[in-house]
Design a protein around this ligand. Structure first.
Ligand code: PEP
Ligand code: MG
Length: 584
């Protein structure tokens, strides 16, 4: 195909899965199955047809499920298990059958009507997670209708194409990956969509939420996906193609180079040792985390690793999860954060809050739900018997929350002792500093705990009053805002004057190559980053001189705008660390 005939077009979306790929576009149109409301003559035949379509849909989904389990492990398969469960939901199925019998209307119409009701409830929710689930339900609806019409399931496409589509269901994402699809571009879909999470797990570059991708990209167009920056180049110029071919080569070489750093420690050239820990969101990530050289887990997001359960798991179930992780990780330590739900993470109760991020979140929710909190504390304590577990409390805003939680932990210890159950008597308790009030009070709070971890994802949002998930104000969410840098510096100084406790950072900022020199310069001991970011973070630290980054930090602390700080760190990076990155 000739690429000179069309001019280059650059589209911007959400950088949902990193990586670069160059391929032909494949425009995938999900068939919207229409359903008419004609009367049926033979009700028995209609009911038989419905049963056939339901069984066929289940078979198809079972195929997708086993493929998903193979490729991604059991947890990810759960999405499809949930879809299969809907096909077995007696309430829904009986309702559909009863309506077919009573109304004698085409089953396609009744399926459409009934499942659309489910869909609407989810779609009307304020939670983006629920809205995403509504797309999964739509997938089931069209699947049954297609099977009622006895139409074939079309999933075969040529390999090595970039799939361009309106939106992706988890099933599409898995099936396409089987055909070695090299990237995804969608009109809709956010970072929290299962499709995005799956693309990341499958290491397939993806740019989502491009809005007009399907109207701007034509079949067979050459497309470059830059999953690092959320950019899509359609019919790129020869120079652009050459640039990205080079980038791909460099990325491959860079990855090989980083492989060598997995086992080494992160020590600056002048001898300052920084611990590199991992953030764990999925149990399956543990292997990669260990093989990439994590020296421990700095943050286990328990609300994420238990996401596959319909209800938050009970004590024994949690104990199994924590034990399995702690045993695999031993003797390295694992910091388990107690449930941080609320905000953008769905609460298990039906409440509507006008400002969820300022509402019932983290420790606030736990303090109001003591039985749930105790169940988790007991499970963590029992797993701590391996002596490699620490407990961390999220969203701390006051001293009372720390004292109350410590008292509750003591109470749980007493109960366990009475029951003859073992645990680590000296389990370390820490807090997250994510709220400005905790940053101001860091010295006092630190004197009550064994460690602190700074959660910049939230600290930045609360300090700058910028919703971390709102793309309208995304440019105001600034890691390098002088107030952010100064607050981080104050926390570290205040804590270290009073005590010798470990101060770590587990927000995404720790994995930003540009931010690492500054974070080391202001005196952080531990950086906790996602598994994939560990080798590069080590490389950066091993290329630094602590004396130089201290100076860099001092200079940045005197600057007055984000731009000035960013320029300074960029200059430093380009002069000293240019070998440490390929993504800028
Ligand atoms: C943070 O706020 O920086 C953090 C690590 O917690 P989460 O992203 O889970 O809110
Ligand atoms: Mg947080």
């Amino acid at each position: 195909m000739s690429i000179e005939t069309k001019s280059e077009l650059i589209l911007k979306g959400i950088a949902a899965a990193p990586g670069i790929s160059i391929s032909k576009a494949y425009l995938y149109k999900k068939e919207v199955e229409s359903a008419n409301n004609e009367k049926v003559e033979d009700v028995d035949e209609a009911l038989e047809n419905f049963e056939f379509a339901r069984e066929k849909s289940k078979k198809e989904l079972n195929k997708v499920l086993s493929l998903a389990v193979d490729k991604l492990g059991k947890k990810r398969g759960a999405i499809f298990e949930a879809q299969i469960m809907i096909l077995d939901d007696p309430f829904l199925i009986d309702k559909i059958k009863n309506r077919i019998s009573a109304e004698k209307i085409n089953p396609e119409y009744i399926v459409d009507n009934e499942i659309s009701k489910y869909q609407k409830i989810l779609n009307d929710s304020d939670e983006s997670y629920m809205k995403e689930r509504s797309r999964d339900i739509e997938d089931i609806k069209y699947r049954i209708i297609r099977n009622l019409k006895k139409k074939k399931w079309k999933s075969r496409i040529d390999s090595e194409v970039v799939v361009v589509t309106e939106s992706l269901t988890p099933a599409d994402t898995i099936l396409f990956s089987r055909e070695n699809v090299s990237g995804y571009v969608t009109n809709f879909g956010g970072l929290t969509s299962h499709a995005a999470i799956l693309a990341r797990s499958l290491s397939i570059p993806a740019v989502l939420g491009v809005h007009d991708a399907t109207s701007q990209i034509e079949p067979e167009d050459i497309v470059v996906i830059d999953g690092f920056h959320g950019l899509v180049y359609v019919n790129p110029t020869e120079e652009r193609l050459e640039h990205f071919r080079e980038r791909i080569k460099k990325l491959e070489l860079f990855d090989k180079e980083l492989d060598k750093l997995k086992k080494v420690k992160a020590v600056t050239k002048d001898g300052r040792r920084i611990n590199i820990h991992g953030n764990l969101d999925l149990r399956e990530e543990l292997e990669l985390m260990i093989s990439n050289g994590a020296e421990g887990i700095g943050l286990v997001r328990t609300e994420q690793i238990t996401e596959e359960y319909e209800e938050f798991p009970g004590e024994e179930e949690q104990l199994k999860i924590y034990n399995a992780l702690a045993e695999k990780l031993y003797p390295k330590t694992m910091t388990i954060r107690v449930l941080d739900i609320g905000g953008d993470k769905v609460l298990p109760v039906d409440v509507k809050e006008p400002n969820p991020f300022l509402g019932w979140r983290g420790i606030r929710f736990l303090e109001d739900n003591v039985p749930l909190f105790k169940t988790q504390i007991r499970a963590i304590l029992r797993a701590s018997n391996h002596k490699n577990i620490r407990l961390m409390i999220p969203m701390i805003t006051s001293m009372e929350e720390i004292i109350n939680t410590k008292n509750l932990i003591e109470l749980c210890k007493k109960e366990l002792k009475k029951e003859g159950l073992q645990f680590d008597e000296d389990i370390k308790i820490g807090i997250m500093i994510e709220v400005p009030s905790a940053a101001v009070m860091a010295k006092e709070y630190a004197s009550e705990v064994d460690f602190i971890s700074i959660g910049t994802n939230d600290l930045i949002q609360y300090l700058l009053a910028v919703d971390r998930g709102n793309d309208i104000v995304q440019k105001l969410y600034q890691e390098f805002h002088p107030a952010v840098i100064r607050v981080l510096n104050n926390i570290i100084n205040d804590v270290k004057i009073e005590s010798k406790i470990d101060v770590s950072i587990c927000g995404e900022m720790a994995a930003d190559p540009l931010a690492v020199p500054l974070l080391v310069g202001i005196g952080l001991d531990t950086l906790s980053v996602s598994a994939a970011a560990i080798p590069q973070t080590k490389k950066i630290i091993r290329s630094l001189n602590y004396s130089e980054v201290r100076l860099l930090a001092e200079e940045c602390l005197s600057l007055r705008t984000e731009n000035e700080i960013k320029e300074k760190v960029k200059k430093f990076y380009n002069e000293k660390l240019i070998d440490c990155t390929v993504q800028y």
